[in-house]
Design a protein around this ligand. Sequence first.
Ligand SMILES: Cc1cc2nc3c(=O)[nH]c(=O)nc-3n(C[C@H](O)[C@H](O)[C@H](O)COP(=O)(O)O)c2cc1C
Length: 309
Amino acid sequence: MNTINMEERKTMNRREALKRMGALVTGAAFTATGLSSFTVSKSDKSDEGKKRLVFYFTATGNSLYVARELAGEKGEQLSIPQVLKGDNLTFEADEIGLVFPDYAASAPLIVRDFISKAKLKASYIFSVITFGNFAANVAEWWNDYCKKQGVTLNYANTLLMVDNYLPVFDMNDQVKIDKHIPENLATIKSDLNEHRQFISHLERMNDQMQGWLDRLQAEHFPMEAERLLKLDAAKCIGCETCAAVCPHGNFKLIDNTITFSGSCEYCLACVHICPQKALTLARGERNSNARYRNEHVSVRDIKKSNNQQ
Ligand SMILES: Cc1cc2nc3c(=O)[nH]c(=O)nc-3n(C[C@H](O)[C@H](O)[C@H](O)COP(=O)(O)O)c2cc1C
Protein backbone atom coordinates (compact mmCIF):
# COMPACT_ATOMS: atom_id res chain seq x y z
CA MET A 1 0.00 0.00 0.00
CA ASN A 2 1.10 3.56 -0.72
CA THR A 3 2.14 5.48 2.38
CA ILE A 4 2.46 9.21 3.04
CA ASN A 5 4.96 10.65 5.50
CA MET A 6 4.16 13.45 7.96
CA GLU A 7 5.77 16.27 5.94
CA GLU A 8 3.94 15.23 2.79
CA ARG A 9 0.66 15.07 4.70
CA LYS A 10 0.99 18.72 5.66
CA THR A 11 1.60 19.95 2.13
CA MET A 12 -0.51 17.62 0.03
CA ASN A 13 -4.01 18.73 -0.82
CA ARG A 14 -6.95 16.35 -1.09
CA ARG A 15 -6.90 16.18 -4.87
CA GLU A 16 -3.25 15.25 -5.02
CA ALA A 17 -3.77 12.63 -2.37
CA LEU A 18 -6.69 11.11 -4.22
CA LYS A 19 -4.67 10.96 -7.39
CA ARG A 20 -1.79 9.34 -5.63
CA MET A 21 -3.59 6.72 -3.68
CA GLY A 22 -6.79 5.79 -5.47
CA ALA A 23 -10.17 6.39 -3.94
CA LEU A 24 -10.59 3.22 -1.94
CA VAL A 25 -7.25 3.36 -0.15
CA THR A 26 -7.86 7.04 0.53
CA GLY A 27 -10.52 6.11 3.06
CA ALA A 28 -8.00 4.68 5.47
CA ALA A 29 -5.33 7.31 4.88
CA PHE A 30 -7.66 10.27 5.35
CA THR A 31 -9.01 8.76 8.50
CA ALA A 32 -5.53 8.36 9.86
CA THR A 33 -4.70 11.97 9.03
CA GLY A 34 -7.98 13.30 10.36
CA LEU A 35 -9.25 14.40 6.93
CA SER A 36 -12.37 12.37 6.84
CA SER A 37 -14.42 13.63 3.93
CA PHE A 38 -14.22 11.33 0.97
CA THR A 39 -16.09 9.43 -1.63
CA VAL A 40 -15.91 5.77 -2.48
CA SER A 41 -18.07 4.69 -5.35
CA LYS A 42 -18.24 2.21 -8.14
CA SER A 43 -17.00 4.74 -10.66
CA ASP A 44 -13.82 5.37 -8.65
CA LYS A 45 -12.44 1.96 -9.48
CA SER A 46 -12.50 -0.04 -12.63
CA ASP A 47 -13.30 -3.35 -10.94
CA GLU A 48 -16.86 -4.62 -10.67
CA GLY A 49 -19.01 -4.51 -7.57
CA LYS A 50 -20.39 -1.99 -5.15
CA LYS A 51 -18.20 -0.18 -2.70
CA ARG A 52 -18.99 -0.55 0.96
CA LEU A 53 -17.75 1.52 3.88
CA VAL A 54 -18.19 0.01 7.33
CA PHE A 55 -17.80 2.23 10.40
CA TYR A 56 -17.22 0.42 13.67
CA PHE A 57 -16.57 0.82 17.34
CA THR A 58 -15.04 -2.01 19.37
CA ALA A 59 -13.62 -2.71 22.80
CA THR A 60 -12.80 -6.41 22.71
CA GLY A 61 -12.80 -7.04 18.98
CA ASN A 62 -16.22 -8.59 18.25
CA SER A 63 -17.48 -5.58 16.34
CA LEU A 64 -14.17 -5.09 14.52
CA TYR A 65 -14.25 -8.71 13.41
CA VAL A 66 -17.79 -8.28 12.10
CA ALA A 67 -16.97 -4.95 10.42
CA ARG A 68 -14.03 -6.59 8.67
CA GLU A 69 -16.11 -9.53 7.54
CA LEU A 70 -18.86 -7.26 6.22
CA ALA A 71 -16.45 -4.90 4.48
CA GLY A 72 -14.90 -7.86 2.68
CA GLU A 73 -12.04 -7.43 0.28
CA LYS A 74 -13.59 -4.63 -1.75
CA GLY A 75 -14.84 -2.60 1.19
CA GLU A 76 -13.19 -0.61 3.91
CA GLN A 77 -13.68 -0.65 7.66
CA LEU A 78 -13.17 2.63 9.50
CA SER A 79 -12.83 3.12 13.25
CA ILE A 80 -15.35 5.61 14.65
CA PRO A 81 -12.97 6.94 17.36
CA GLN A 82 -10.36 7.65 14.65
CA VAL A 83 -12.83 9.11 12.17
CA LEU A 84 -14.17 11.46 14.86
CA LYS A 85 -10.76 13.12 15.06
CA GLY A 86 -11.44 14.72 11.68
CA ASP A 87 -13.61 17.78 11.31
CA ASN A 88 -15.32 17.06 8.01
CA LEU A 89 -17.43 13.97 8.48
CA THR A 90 -19.03 13.61 5.07
CA PHE A 91 -18.83 10.13 3.59
CA GLU A 92 -20.20 8.77 0.36
CA ALA A 93 -20.25 5.19 -0.86
CA ASP A 94 -22.64 2.78 -2.53
CA GLU A 95 -23.30 1.11 0.82
CA ILE A 96 -22.50 2.32 4.32
CA GLY A 97 -22.50 0.13 7.42
CA LEU A 98 -22.36 0.82 11.16
CA VAL A 99 -21.18 -1.96 13.47
CA PHE A 100 -20.92 -1.60 17.25
CA PRO A 101 -21.68 -3.37 20.54
CA ASP A 102 -25.04 -3.23 22.31
CA TYR A 103 -24.74 -1.37 25.62
CA ALA A 104 -27.91 -1.87 27.67
CA ALA A 105 -30.09 -2.02 24.56
CA SER A 106 -28.62 1.19 23.23
CA ALA A 107 -25.56 2.42 21.36
CA PRO A 108 -22.23 3.46 22.90
CA LEU A 109 -22.08 7.25 23.35
CA ILE A 110 -19.22 7.55 20.88
CA VAL A 111 -21.38 5.91 18.19
CA ARG A 112 -24.26 8.27 18.96
CA ASP A 113 -21.83 11.16 18.70
CA PHE A 114 -20.68 9.94 15.31
CA ILE A 115 -24.17 9.53 13.85
CA SER A 116 -25.17 12.99 15.07
CA LYS A 117 -22.17 14.60 13.35
CA ALA A 118 -21.66 12.50 10.22
CA LYS A 119 -23.23 13.08 6.83
CA LEU A 120 -23.65 9.66 5.26
CA LYS A 121 -24.52 9.42 1.60
CA ALA A 122 -25.37 5.95 0.34
CA SER A 123 -28.32 4.26 -1.27
CA TYR A 124 -28.17 1.46 1.30
CA ILE A 125 -27.31 2.04 4.97
CA PHE A 126 -27.13 -0.88 7.38
CA SER A 127 -26.28 -1.54 10.98
CA VAL A 128 -25.18 -4.70 12.74
CA ILE A 129 -25.15 -4.55 16.53
CA THR A 130 -23.13 -7.21 18.33
CA PHE A 131 -24.49 -8.38 21.66
CA GLY A 132 -23.79 -11.11 24.17
CA ASN A 133 -26.95 -12.23 25.84
CA PHE A 134 -30.10 -10.17 25.39
CA ALA A 135 -30.36 -7.57 22.63
CA ALA A 136 -33.87 -6.46 23.64
CA ASN A 137 -35.13 -3.80 21.24
CA VAL A 138 -31.72 -2.34 20.42
CA ALA A 139 -32.20 -2.46 16.63
CA GLU A 140 -35.47 -0.52 16.80
CA TRP A 141 -34.02 1.86 19.35
CA TRP A 142 -31.09 2.52 17.03
CA ASN A 143 -33.33 2.85 14.01
CA ASP A 144 -35.36 5.55 15.84
CA TYR A 145 -32.21 7.24 17.08
CA CYS A 146 -30.78 7.39 13.56
CA LYS A 147 -34.07 8.75 12.19
CA LYS A 148 -33.89 11.63 14.67
CA GLN A 149 -30.40 12.39 13.34
CA GLY A 150 -31.68 12.41 9.76
CA VAL A 151 -30.23 8.99 8.89
CA THR A 152 -32.55 6.37 7.42
CA LEU A 153 -31.45 2.81 8.01
CA ASN A 154 -32.39 0.18 5.44
CA TYR A 155 -31.29 -2.68 7.66
CA ALA A 156 -30.60 -3.10 11.37
CA ASN A 157 -29.88 -6.49 12.84
CA THR A 158 -28.15 -7.99 15.86
CA LEU A 159 -25.48 -10.68 16.12
CA LEU A 160 -24.99 -12.83 19.22
CA MET A 161 -21.33 -13.10 20.27
CA VAL A 162 -19.30 -13.43 23.48
CA ASP A 163 -20.73 -11.18 26.21
CA ASN A 164 -17.88 -9.04 27.52
CA TYR A 165 -19.91 -7.48 30.35
CA LEU A 166 -17.69 -8.40 33.30
CA PRO A 167 -20.05 -7.63 36.19
CA VAL A 168 -22.38 -10.43 35.08
CA PHE A 169 -20.45 -12.88 32.91
CA ASP A 170 -17.42 -15.12 33.43
CA MET A 171 -15.34 -14.92 30.27
CA ASN A 172 -14.11 -18.47 30.75
CA ASP A 173 -17.70 -19.68 30.47
CA GLN A 174 -18.63 -17.30 27.68
CA VAL A 175 -15.96 -18.53 25.29
CA LYS A 176 -17.19 -22.10 25.66
CA ILE A 177 -20.72 -21.31 24.45
CA ASP A 178 -21.46 -21.98 20.79
CA LYS A 179 -23.32 -18.87 19.71
CA HIS A 180 -23.52 -19.94 16.05
CA ILE A 181 -21.59 -16.90 14.89
CA PRO A 182 -20.50 -18.20 11.44
CA GLU A 183 -24.05 -19.22 10.51
CA ASN A 184 -25.65 -16.01 11.75
CA LEU A 185 -22.97 -13.87 10.16
CA ALA A 186 -23.45 -15.69 6.86
CA THR A 187 -27.18 -14.89 7.00
CA ILE A 188 -26.44 -11.22 7.63
CA LYS A 189 -23.92 -11.15 4.77
CA SER A 190 -26.44 -12.61 2.40
CA ASP A 191 -29.14 -10.15 3.61
CA LEU A 192 -26.79 -7.27 2.87
CA ASN A 193 -25.79 -8.60 -0.52
CA GLU A 194 -29.48 -8.77 -1.41
CA HIS A 195 -30.09 -5.28 0.01
CA ARG A 196 -32.75 -6.67 2.31
CA GLN A 197 -34.96 -4.04 3.95
CA PHE A 198 -35.25 -5.13 7.58
CA ILE A 199 -35.28 -3.71 11.11
CA SER A 200 -35.06 -6.41 13.76
CA HIS A 201 -38.00 -6.24 16.14
CA LEU A 202 -38.48 -7.72 19.60
CA GLU A 203 -42.01 -9.09 20.04
CA ARG A 204 -41.76 -9.62 23.79
CA MET A 205 -40.82 -6.07 24.79
CA ASN A 206 -43.04 -4.78 27.60
CA ASP A 207 -43.17 -1.77 29.96
CA GLN A 208 -41.43 -3.59 32.79
CA MET A 209 -38.54 -4.59 30.54
CA GLN A 210 -38.34 -1.09 29.12
CA GLY A 211 -38.23 0.35 32.67
CA TRP A 212 -35.37 -1.99 33.56
CA LEU A 213 -33.42 -0.99 30.45
CA ASP A 214 -34.04 2.72 31.07
CA ARG A 215 -32.65 2.38 34.61
CA LEU A 216 -29.64 0.45 33.31
CA GLN A 217 -28.91 3.11 30.71
CA ALA A 218 -29.26 5.93 33.24
CA GLU A 219 -26.90 4.13 35.60
CA HIS A 220 -24.32 3.26 32.94
CA PHE A 221 -24.08 6.30 30.73
CA PRO A 222 -22.24 8.54 31.01
CA MET A 223 -19.76 6.78 33.29
CA GLU A 224 -16.60 8.25 34.84
CA ALA A 225 -13.38 6.27 34.73
CA GLU A 226 -12.63 7.10 38.39
CA ARG A 227 -15.94 5.59 39.48
CA LEU A 228 -15.71 2.49 37.28
CA LEU A 229 -12.13 1.28 37.68
CA LYS A 230 -9.68 0.08 40.29
CA LEU A 231 -5.94 -0.32 39.65
CA ASP A 232 -3.76 -2.87 41.40
CA ALA A 233 -0.51 -0.90 41.38
CA ALA A 234 1.50 -4.00 42.37
CA LYS A 235 0.45 -5.75 39.15
CA CYS A 236 0.77 -2.76 36.80
CA ILE A 237 4.01 -2.70 34.79
CA GLY A 238 3.38 0.69 33.17
CA CYS A 239 3.08 -0.74 29.64
CA GLU A 240 0.34 1.81 28.83
CA THR A 241 -1.79 -0.70 26.94
CA CYS A 242 -4.81 0.74 28.80
CA ALA A 243 -3.90 4.19 27.48
CA ALA A 244 -3.66 2.94 23.91
CA VAL A 245 -6.96 1.05 23.86
CA CYS A 246 -9.04 3.76 25.56
CA PRO A 247 -11.26 5.57 23.02
CA HIS A 248 -11.41 8.59 25.31
CA GLY A 249 -7.69 8.87 26.11
CA ASN A 250 -8.45 8.65 29.84
CA PHE A 251 -5.14 7.09 30.94
CA LYS A 252 -1.77 8.68 31.62
CA LEU A 253 1.51 7.34 32.95
CA ILE A 254 2.71 9.86 35.55
CA ASP A 255 5.84 9.14 37.59
CA ASN A 256 5.66 5.48 36.61
CA THR A 257 2.07 5.19 37.79
CA ILE A 258 -0.99 4.79 35.61
CA THR A 259 -3.68 7.34 36.39
CA PHE A 260 -7.15 7.57 34.89
CA SER A 261 -9.95 10.10 34.89
CA GLY A 262 -12.64 11.48 32.66
CA SER A 263 -15.82 10.60 30.86
CA CYS A 264 -15.76 6.92 30.06
CA GLU A 265 -17.56 4.80 27.46
CA TYR A 266 -17.82 1.84 29.87
CA CYS A 267 -16.49 -0.23 26.97
CA LEU A 268 -14.11 -2.21 29.23
CA ALA A 269 -11.31 -2.31 26.65
CA CYS A 270 -8.79 -1.22 29.31
CA VAL A 271 -9.85 -3.96 31.72
CA HIS A 272 -10.03 -6.76 29.16
CA ILE A 273 -6.84 -5.95 27.27
CA CYS A 274 -4.52 -5.15 30.22
CA PRO A 275 -1.89 -7.93 29.97
CA GLN A 276 -1.38 -7.92 33.75
CA LYS A 277 -5.06 -7.99 34.77
CA ALA A 278 -4.13 -4.97 36.86
CA LEU A 279 -7.38 -3.16 36.16
CA THR A 280 -10.62 -4.39 37.68
CA LEU A 281 -14.12 -3.01 38.17
CA ALA A 282 -14.52 -1.10 41.41
CA ARG A 283 -17.92 -2.70 42.01
CA GLY A 284 -16.71 -6.24 41.42
CA GLU A 285 -16.87 -8.80 38.65
CA ARG A 286 -18.06 -12.32 38.08
CA ASN A 287 -14.46 -13.49 37.56
CA SER A 288 -11.65 -10.94 37.76
CA ASN A 289 -9.17 -13.54 36.49
CA ALA A 290 -10.92 -14.05 33.18
CA ARG A 291 -10.58 -11.59 30.33
CA TYR A 292 -11.70 -11.63 26.69
CA ARG A 293 -10.49 -10.58 23.26
CA ASN A 294 -12.00 -11.81 20.00
CA GLU A 295 -9.76 -14.54 18.59
CA HIS A 296 -9.57 -12.90 15.13
CA VAL A 297 -8.48 -9.51 16.45
CA SER A 298 -5.06 -8.56 17.85
CA VAL A 299 -4.21 -6.15 20.67
CA ARG A 300 -2.54 -4.03 17.99
CA ASP A 301 -5.83 -3.88 16.03
CA ILE A 302 -7.66 -2.60 19.11
CA LYS A 303 -4.95 -0.03 19.81
CA LYS A 304 -5.15 1.17 16.21
CA SER A 305 -8.92 1.39 16.45
CA ASN A 306 -9.13 3.36 19.71
CA ASN A 307 -5.82 5.10 20.39
CA GLN A 308 -6.22 8.80 21.18
CA GLN A 309 -2.57 9.57 21.92
C1 LIG B 1 -21.38 -1.61 29.34
C2 LIG B 1 -21.81 -2.80 28.56
C3 LIG B 1 -23.17 -3.07 28.42
C4 LIG B 1 -23.59 -4.18 27.69
N1 LIG B 1 -24.94 -4.41 27.57
C5 LIG B 1 -25.37 -5.49 26.90
C6 LIG B 1 -26.78 -5.74 26.80
O1 LIG B 1 -27.64 -4.99 27.25
N2 LIG B 1 -27.16 -6.88 26.17
C7 LIG B 1 -26.25 -7.76 25.63
O2 LIG B 1 -26.67 -8.78 25.10
N3 LIG B 1 -24.91 -7.52 25.68
C8 LIG B 1 -24.46 -6.41 26.31
N4 LIG B 1 -23.09 -6.16 26.39
C9 LIG B 1 -22.14 -7.09 25.72
C10 LIG B 1 -21.60 -6.54 24.40
O3 LIG B 1 -22.59 -5.88 23.66
C11 LIG B 1 -20.98 -7.66 23.51
O4 LIG B 1 -20.12 -8.46 24.22
C12 LIG B 1 -20.30 -7.07 22.29
O5 LIG B 1 -20.20 -8.05 21.30
C13 LIG B 1 -18.91 -6.53 22.57
O6 LIG B 1 -18.40 -6.00 21.38
P1 LIG B 1 -16.88 -5.57 21.20
O7 LIG B 1 -16.04 -6.82 21.40
O8 LIG B 1 -16.81 -5.08 19.80
O9 LIG B 1 -16.55 -4.52 22.18
C14 LIG B 1 -22.64 -5.06 27.11
C15 LIG B 1 -21.28 -4.79 27.26
C16 LIG B 1 -20.86 -3.69 27.99
C17 LIG B 1 -19.39 -3.43 28.14
